[in-house]
Design a protein around this ligand. Structure first.
Ligand code: SF4
Ligand code: SF4
Ligand code: SF4
Ligand code: FES
Length: 945
């Protein structure tokens, strides 16, 4: 296995369709108009020396190393900044050019520490390479003059160093931060000889605006910005391309290894989701995979009050199987079930639902998508016929108007957030619908044209009001609607939204949004060109989550913003494989490919292939499993890769349900909070240790590749297979590719998918079948999957969760860039440097009314429970609304959230909880008890070790 080297063409590719022919060093070259001479030369394998150019960034032309001669033109222009022209004749290797380049290199080297042999970038340094390429043999200026070689090193960032003495001031880092990441954290301070790269106002990286995305490190041609792991482990020797296991963007990385140690994750330029970019999580926060907290041996105990006993896999599996069988014999076939994970691969998820359906003999399978994007599945399949987003991420490059509802892309989906910001800097217009002033409302070089700061819980009212303006002001795209949608249903819908009670003026009483803003935003969305909608959990996690998804779908149809590049309806998926876990049949009413368990033909298809009789009755959803457990009719559960105690709402109810189980099997990397109630613990396997696929928010199926052996001995899919066999239902796969072959055989949208194809194409977006053998980047082109697009009425029904004298504020929740979900992984990395604890954001007026100062401990209380955490006073919040994240178990925001949920899918209403906030002296009683319980669990686990 060798190190994968991606070619650097020096400047970005031109998108022009017009071709230009020129001659470079006697060779005829044909390239798109707008291509640089440097890139044209690379296309024919002629690498012109360069230092300040890289194909991730626009050309800058500062280093003067890439000079060329052009017949008939004076001077020696820089090939990176000079575009090709028809018929020109270019020379890249004349004696004059060689002398100039040598002179340039001499100047650089005379001001550079000569410690190549001990440098962390030895063998991975473009300055070193270029010295060789230009044939540098001596430095005439000597090393004694004034120089920068004694400058210090900034080691404040946990993951990379900034060694100023090695900086050649090529500006690549500054441009990467601006062009690729869009954070503008770096500048060149000083002038001339005094010019230096400076984070923020000449401060350490850690306290600057830097978000540690790594783009500057990636861009730096020297060891100035370098991963600390390069110092600690050494330069990598081999690499494999794999997919990030954090969010639904699905960035691909080269996992660069030295022996069996992971040195670094380098974003893959050919990755179609990330195009060579990354965020702090995927790029740096992988240390959890080798964290000492990982449990590597199976454990069992007959009661949750007993210490864990370490056992062999055989014993643990046999014990779990015998318990499940005992429970089914005593309480019935449907008394057991399981939960699949959106963190696991498609193949693993598929096997868990197959085990439940085949071995347990019921449909009691659900997934964590229940608590995030189940309304997306419902709403989009009802209106368009497919439970997925309509576009690929590239599509945003063609958007003229971007409408973001209930999503915070710069924190939740950072790499896509950066791509979106780039398009906004190019001139696209932006509408934000969110109670908070999220970063996108105003961030360097980006400002929202409209920010609609609605009251949490009023999405349906606001989106229907947007539709009201579009219909009543004659902004409907009638041609589109007549051609592609059901015209009668449209008319009924148009009449409904046109009612005065849906006008922006009428709904202001609920939404609190200035009607003029709503009218302006609606006009912009309908008339501003290609308009795309991106939404997140701020849409779905409501009692009317499905209704809002439908309202969004209506809006796109009414304006014809569907079925081409630059438009569409795009759910930003939370976890890496939420899309995949839904596709794989994780819901209790659907077999893989979203086919209802009651459909005889579908069941027969699976029964024949699986060789087992299937239940035709939908099973229990997650909340119903807990209800049934509390009622005493549901007694056993297999949970793979989920910490439901922390991630599900109404923690008290969840713990009551878990506590009532007679057999809980948890399969995870760590002894998580749910494992406090488990009887069997099966060690999980990290994404670095297994083969498989993830499906991202674009429906893009990408390979996960094993870069190291499973530390716990088995991949998760192998453990599921063992458990199934012990239950009497044998599965026999030698490799996950065989599981994918079965998925393809049984799922119409996957029939063209195979590992071979994924290896050839890099990735495919489903549907991938006979009609679309290379996948489908944009859906609903030339017609909707369901036939005619379906308009549906979206009556606003206020949530039952109301504020009142006891609970006068509304709590809404979300995530932060550096932490991920319940924090099980990111809390075990140096990312805690940015977010060591959850905090409560509160508006200054609300804080002042309660005598709360910035940093005070406060008690946050709802009718469901209370917790305490520190307050951060923030003008990002509107008055009456407070906000927190849910990354730390000691805070457990879900102690506060209620049991209200989406009417169609039971997705919990995380985003609206009536609360009171008051000053407090410290942790609540349950937090103290929790600390004791966790300490206890840790002690028991340590004793078991
Ligand atoms: S790590 Fe990212 S945000 Fe930080 S300075 Fe570098 S490019 Fe900018
Ligand atoms: S830190 Fe690296 S990329 Fe930035 S200017 Fe210096 S050498 Fe260039
Ligand atoms: S944006 Fe998401 S997929 Fe990409 S590196 Fe960050 S966490 Fe991973
Ligand atoms: S690479 Fe062209 S001027 Fe630096």
């Amino acid at each position: 296995m060798s190190l994968i080297h991606e070619i650097d063409y020096g400047t970005p590719a031109s998108k022009s369709e017009k071709l230009v022919t020129l001659t470079i060093d006697g060779m005829k070259v044909q390239v798109p108009e707008g291509t640089s001479i440097m890139r044209a030369a690379m296309e024919v394998g002629n690498q012109i020396p360069k230092l300040c150019a890289t194909d991730m960034l626009d050309a800058f032309g500062s280093c003067r190393l890439c000079l060329v001669e052009i017949e008939g033109r004076n001077g020696t222009p820089a090939s990176c900044t000079t575009p090709v022209a028809d018929g020109i004749v270019v020379k890249t290797q004349t004696e004059r050019l060689k002398q100039i380049r040598k002179g340039v290199m001499e100047l650089y080297i005379s001001d550079h520490p000569l410690d190549c042999l001990t440098c962390s970038a030895n063998g991975d340094c473009e300055l070193q390479d270029m010295a060789g390429v230009v044939g540098l043999r001596e430095v005439r200026y000597g090393y004694e003059g004034e120089n920068h070689t004694k400058l210090g090193k900034d080691e404040s960032n946990p993951y990379f160093t900034y060694e100023q003495s090695k900086c050649i001031v090529c500006n690549r880092c500054v441009r990467a931060c601006e062009e690729v990441q869009g954070t503008f954290a770096l500048t060149i301070s000083g002038r001339g000889f005094g010019s230096r790269v400076s984070p923020g106002m000449d401060e350490p990286f850690l306290s600057s605006e830097c978000v540690s995305c790594g783009a500057c490190v990636q861009a730096c041609p020297t060891a100035t910005l370098n991963e600390k792991a390069m110092y600690e482990i050494g330069t990598p020797e081999h690499s494999l391309v794999t997919t990030c296991a954090y969010c639904g963007v699905g960035c691909t990385f080269k996992a660069e290894m030295r022996g069996d140690e992971l040195v670094r994750m380098v974003p893959f330029k050919d990755g179609k989701a990330n195009r060579g970019h990354s965020c702090v999580k995927g790029r740096f926060a992988y240390g959890y995979a080798t964290h000492k907290d990982r449990i590597l041996k199976p454990m069992i105990r007959s009661s949750i009050h007993e210490p864990w006993k370490e056992v062999s896999y055989e014993e643990a599996i046999a014990y779990a199987a015998s318990e499940f069988k005992r429970i089914q014999a005593k309480y019935g076939r449907r008394a057991v079930g399981g939960i699949t994970s959106s963190r696991c691969t498609n193949e693993e998820t598929y096997l868990v639902q197959k085990l439940i359906r085949g071995a347990f003999g019921n449909n009691n399978v659900d997934t964590c998508a229940r608590v995030c994007h189940s309304p997306t599945g419902y709403g989009l399949s009802q209106t368009y016929g497919t439970s997925a987003g309509t576009q690929d991420f590239d599509s945003v490059e063609d958007s003229d108007v971007i409408l973001v509802i209930g999503a915070n892309p710069t924190d939740g989906h950072p790499v896509f957030g950066s791509r979106m910001k780039k398009r906004l800097r190019e001139g696209a217009k932006l509408i934000i619908v969110d109670p908070r002033k999220i970063d996108l409302v105003r961030t360097p070089h980006v400002e929202a044209d409209y920010h609609l700061p609605l009251r949490p819980g009023t999405n349906v009212a606001i989106v229907t009001a947007l539709a009201h303006v579009i219909v009543t002001e004659g902004l409907v795209n009638e041609d589109f609607v007549r051609t592609y949608c059901d015209w009668e249903e449209f008319q009924e819908w148009a009449e409904f939204v046109a009612e005065e009670r849906h006008s922006p003026e009428a709904v202001q009483q609920y939404t609190g949004v200035d009607p003029a803003l709503v009218r302006g935003a609606a006009r912009l969305y309908a008339t501003g060109g290609n308009a795309a909608i991106y939404y997140g959990l701020g849409v779905t996690e409501h009692s009317q989550g499905s209704t809002t998804v439908i309202a969004i779908a209506n809006l796109a149809m009414a304006t014809g913003n569907i079925g081409r590049n630059g438009v569409g309806v795009n759910p930003l998926r939370g976890q890496n494989n939420v899309q995949g876990s839904c596709d794989m049949g994780s819901f209790p009413h659907e077999l893989p490919g979203y086919r209802h368990v009651a459909e005889d033909d579908t069941r027969v298809l699976f029964e024949r292939d699986w060789g087992v009789k299937l239940d035709d009755e939908p099973g229990l959803r997650i909340p119903n499993m807990f209800d049934a457990a509390v009622d005493g009719t549901f007694k056993g559960m297999y949970v793979q890769g989920e910490d439901i105690l922390q991630s599900d709402p109404d923690t008290r109810h969840v713990s009551a349900g878990l506590g009532a189980l007679e057999c809980l099997v948890v399969q995870d990397l760590f002894l998580n909070e749910t494992a406090n109630y488990a009887h069997v613990f099966l060690p999980g396997c990290s994404f670095l240790e297994k083969d498989g696929t993830f499906t991202n928010a674009e429906r893009r199926i990408q390979r996960v590749r094993k870069v190291m052996a499973p530390k716990n001995g088995y991949a998760d899919w192998e453990v599921t297979m063992m458990l199934s066999k012990a239950l009497g239902y044998e599965m026999d796969y030698q490799h996950p590719s065989e599981i994918m072959d079965e998925i393809a055989r049984l799922t119409p949208t996957f029939t063209g998918v195979s590992y071979k194809k994924l290896d050839e194409l890099g990735s495919v977006q489903w549907p991938c079948n006979e009609k679309a053998p290379e996948g489908t980047p944009v859906m609903h082109i030339g017609g909707f999957v369901r036939g005619k697009g379906k308009f549906m009425l979206t009556e606003y029904v206020a949530t039952d969760e109301r504020t009142g004298p006891r609970f006068p504020l509304l709590l809404t929740t979300g995530r932060i860039l550096s932490q991920y979900n319940v924090g099980a992984q990111t809390r075990r990395t140096a990312n805690v440097a940015w977010h060591p604890e959850d905090v409560l954001e509160i508006h200054p007026h609300d804080a002042e009314n309660r005598g709360i100062r910035d940093g005070d401990f406060v008690r946050l209380e709802s009718r469901a429970g209370s917790t305490s955490l520190k307050a951060v006073i923030s003008e990002r919040m509107p008055t009456g609304v407070v906000y927190t994240t849910f990354h730390h178990p000691i805070t457990q925001a879900n102690v506060i959230t209620t049991d209200f949920s989406d009417w169609a899918t039971n997705c919990p209403e995380y985003k609206v909880t009536a609360v009171q906030v008051s000053p407090s002296n410290g942790p609540t009683q349950w937090q103290e008890e929790y600390e004791k319980l966790s300490r206890n669990s840790r002690r028991i686990a340590e004793a078991a070790e």
